[in-house]
Write a protein that binds this ligand. Structure first.
Ligand SMILES: [Ca+2]
Ligand SMILES: [Ca+2]
Ligand SMILES: [Ca+2]
Length: 259
């Protein structure tokens, strides 16, 4: 019996499973937190994927109410920034993130499996635009949407699968898709049902603002870098609600976060 245990222990040392699989604990929400697959939730995959990555970097849990509020807020921000909120492509998702969130995103064209795995190893989840139907998810209604977005949160080299937060179904927590299926489904949005011909792109993220630090998404005269420094809100021009804008308060020596 003693020898048997030794063999088991040696097997674990020889084949450490940790080298095969790695997943970041990205909090999950379906894009329809109440299970009501109607407007605006039906089209809220982009907003849900942004909310999930944001909660990961902020180390927050996602409750149903939190998810609904956050998705609604992102829709409002997209309306302000872009003038619409349905079917936002990779550049538009990046723009929304970089203008209104403390972390940062960028579009990577034709990413390889190795690049995606390296991002996971670096602790950085990705938002990936896909042709929804090519995912062949059995839980999707009517075969799934033409355009869809998911979060890649991990990989399993043993099974050749990505571990994904899949907002398109309530069963989407740590959902698994084969590497090949994700790579084949990866396409940026194209209008009139032509997403399957879109460019293969992924949205890489990092938990700091470098390229985006001069942006002023809420147009209050205070850049992203300065808002992060003062602790004011990136998507609200009057963070403390005292009637004075964040930028005006800083310029006149007042605090943008205290009335
Ligand atoms: Ca600002
Ligand atoms: Ca602000
Ligand atoms: Ca104020």
């Amino acid at each position: 019996m003693k020898n048997f245990s030794t063999v088991i222990i040696l097997l674990f040392i020889a084949f450490p499973t940790t080298a095969w699989a790695k997943a970041l604990s990205v909090p999950f929400t379906p894009q329809a937190p109440d299970g009501i697959w109607m407007d605006p939730w039906e089209d809220a995959c982009e907003e849900a994927t942004i909310a999930m990555v944001d909660a990961f970097y902020a180390q927050k849990l996602i409750t149903k109410d939190y998810a609904k509020n956050m998705i609604r807020r992102i829709i409002r921000l997209e309306m302000n920034l872009l003038g619409f909120h349905k079917d936002t492509n990779a550049d538009q998702i990046v723009s929304t993130i970089n203008n209104y969130f403390p972390w940062e995103a960028r579009v990577v064209t034709n990413p390889t499996i190795e690049q995606i795995k390296a991002e996971i190893d670096a602790g950085q989840p990705m938002i990936v635009p896909v042709h929804g139907r090519s995912l062949k998810n059995p839980y999707f209604r009517n075969g799934g949407p033409d355009y869809h977005t998911i979060v890649i949160a991990g990989y399993d080299d043993g099974k050749k699968e990505f571990i994904v937060e899949e907002p398109g179904t309530r069963r989407g927590l740590d959902f698994r898709y084969p590497y090949d299926r994700i790579m084949n489904a990866m396409h940026d949005f194209l209008p009139r049902g032509r997403t399957r011909f879109g460019k293969p792109v992924a949205i890489f993220t990092q938990n700091r603002a470098v390229e985006s630090r001069a942006l002023d998404g809420d147009r209050d005269g205070l850049s992203k870098m300065m808002e992060l420094l003062y602790g004011s809100i990136l998507w609200l021009s009057d963070s403390d609600g005292d009637g004075l804008g964040d930028g005006d308060e800083v310029r006149t020596g007042l605090s943008p976060t205290k009335k």
